[in-house]
Design a protein around this ligand. Structure first.
Ligand SMILES: N[C@@H](CCC(=O)N[C@@H](CS)C(=O)NCC(=O)O)C(=O)O
Length: 204
């Protein structure tokens, strides 16, 4: 059984959504998201920097949601949801998967951290505004990529769309604005998927 240690609304959505799309059995294990528990030796043994999610599959314990998605596809996917390894399409698939977390989710994460760590008096609206500008630069890059296509790579959903889907989910609450047409269309089809909806509801 695959155990996904998850807090609703967080990046655990990605591996859960992947399990849903692949039809894999999995269990959602709730995690106490308090700063105290995440700093405890017990949780630090699962995730050395005290974040969620964590995936456990037999003897394997993994942190980093993108690694979880890739592991699930490589181990259980039978070629589904990713182009063949070593091809240009696989390179593009990796590019968008990494972009979703390393570039696009980064300013959004900074806004969350800023709001969580600083009291209103100490909070810098200039820092938040700068992160929102960076977010919208990523939205514009996505718009250009999706103008004449429905999916990031190939003709159907891949792990890259799952990676991106979670990041897009964070945009309205953290960097509000009207999504441009291709991104809006893409978001509509991603968020309508039963796998996405089950992942978002998981653990609630
Ligand atoms: N790159 C990591 C990021 C993990 C992460 O930032 N998780 C958030 C929840 S979505 C968290 O635990 N935040 C608590 C904190 O950073 O203090 C991943 O993709 O798993």
């Amino acid at each position: 059984m695959i155990d996904i240690y998850h807090v609703p609304g967080t990046r655990g959505v990605r591996p859960i959504w992947t399990c849903e799309e692949l039809g894999l059995p999995y269990r959602v294990v709730p995690v106490d998201f308090s700063a105290e528990y995440r700093a405890s030796p017990e949780w630090r043994r699962m995730n050395p920097v005290g974040k969620v999610p964590v995936l456990v599959d037999g003897d394997l314990t993994l942190f980093e949601s993108g690694a979880m998605v890739q592991y699930l596809l490589d181990r259980y996917g039978d070629g589904r949801l990713q182009p063949p390894h070593g091809t240009p399409d696989h390179a593009r698939y990796l590019q968008w998967s990494w972009f979703a977390e390393a570039t696009f989710a980064r300013p959004l994460g900074e806004i969350v951290n800023h709001r969580r760590v600083f009291t209103e008096a100490k909070r810098s609206s200039a820092a938040i505004e700068e992160m929102q500008v960076r977010t919208w630069l990523c939205v514009a890059a996505l718009e250009e990529a999706l103008t004449d296509r429905d999916w990031l790579v190939g003709d159907g959903l891949t792990g890259a769309d799952i990676m991106m889907g979670y990041t897009l989910m964070l945009v309205p609450p953290l960097a509000p604005g009207e999504l441009p047409p291709a991104v809006a269309r893409y978001w509509k089809s991603l968020s309508a998927r039963p796998g996405y909806q089950s992942a978002v509801a998981a653990g609630r």
